[in-house]
Design a protein around this ligand. Sequence first.
Ligand code: URA
Length: 231
Amino acid sequence: MRRLDQLLANLGYCSRREARAWIQEGRVAVRGKIADDFGAKADPGDVRVDGAPLDHPAGLLLMMHKPVGLVCSHDEREGPNVYSLLPPRWRARNPQVTSIGRLDKDTSGLLLLTDRSELVHRLTSPKHKVPKIYRATVGADLAPTLVPLFASGTLLLQGEKTPCAPAELRIIAPRAAELTLTEGRYHQVRRMFASQGAEVLTLHRTRFGHLELGDLPAGQWRELPPDTFQP
Ligand code: URA
């Protein structure tokens, strides 16, 4: 049960002040009856605005094909972000829609977005070891010795005290590979290859846990069933 004015504001419809005006104007109904008390508590499933049920009152979970050139930060100073691709109402929600982990500005591929903070914590926690698959092209031929090195759990990146967790490398062409990581350190894929003298030229994430990007076009997103990541 949530206060009506708060509910509308948190779901991105309008400000709390505007919500109070909407209620006074008779635009909001609870269980089929026009609401007149903006402080009254209601079950989100019982509320209608202009006759329509509330927009995803239980939360959003989206899979996006992040294009190159957008950042995952909400800070406008860091440049255009992935949230600009979402409907304005979703961008105004509180808790805000955020990415589950991040992809660099120059990385494309599978990005999950949600306003369910429990999911963000669970899926980004190193404890849960969710596998993520990246496809990289690099600026130098890849030595087969990288496969056991990345798998060894001993690769220490510059400035870090703990080695990278074992990662599975599959070399698919002299300068292209697929890398499966179960952790998500800052610029991890780029830094792992760079530590071995191979600059990453392009980077694309194809999988996150059991989810595959498939043929979702760049810049598009689709909704995922709320129970996609049942504990
Ligand atoms: N590793 C990187 O270097 N960049 C990403 O965006 C993701 C993983």
